[in-house]
Design a protein around this ligand. Structure first.
Ligand code: IMP
Ligand code: MG
Length: 181
């Protein structure tokens, strides 16, 4: 799909805010840090579905050390705002015991989702747990969580594209679009 200046999804209009070239440059920078930090540590990436699928794919293509990936599926959003409760739809089906885990998320917004993921991963014997997120909205953070790798920081506005959705739509966009108010 070509890059458009604006997209309409359901009742809302979104304007191009981060083009694909900037996204991929930021993903490359995170991959380089992980390649360096986790060399020889056989990392296990835990991709948080649905939103992180595109980031995880582009990130993994740039990881050049031996590693594995597994998936969990959570849901917390309804429409364009967080519900505050996180549902686990598909749990871990792989042991993380003794592993150096890297949680791969699309965005850390309030931090409620990440806090709940970290809570469910702790106590399962991982050697270390790191967090890599494509986006972070620092102004929205409500939880005391440490994010080890952030590809891009964005203002506290609702966005779609690159895996992130509005009511299920917009995940297929290769660029990021911000809601027009
Ligand atoms: P948190 O629990 O508030 O940190 O929200 C994290 C989850 O909400 C992310 O994994 C996303 O799926 C979703 N989310 C947060 N902000 C946005 C946004 O601007 N657009 C689409 N989804 C978002
Ligand atoms: Mg998500």
């Amino acid at each position: 799909m070509p890059t458009m200046d604006q997209v309409n999804i359901k009742d809302k209009t979104f304007a191009l805010s981060i083009p694909e070239s900037d996204i991929l440059q930021a993903v490359e920078a995170v991959a380089q840090c992980i390649n360096r930090d986790l060399a020889g540590q056989d990392p296990l990436f835990v991709c948080v579905l649905n939103g992180a699928f595109m980031f995880a794919a582009d990130l993994m293509k740039r990881i050049d050390i031996p590693c594995e990936i597994t998936f969990v599926k959570l849901s917390s959003y309804s429409g364009d705002s967080t519900t505050g409760t996180v549902k686990e739809i598909m749990g871990l089906n792989k042991s993380i015991e003794g592993r150096n885990v890297v949680v791969v998320e699309d965005i850390v917004d309030t931090g409620i989702t990440m806090e709940s993921i970290l809570r469910s991963l702790r106590g399962k014997g991982a050697r270390s747990i790191r967090v890599a997120t494509f986006l972070q909205k620092p102004d929205a953070l409500q939880r005391d969580i440490t994010v080890d790798y952030v590809a891009m920081q964005i203002p506290n506005d609702f966005i779609v594209g690159y895996g992130l959705d509005y009511d299920g739509y917009g995940r297929n966009l290769k660029d990021i679009y911000t809601i027009v108010k």
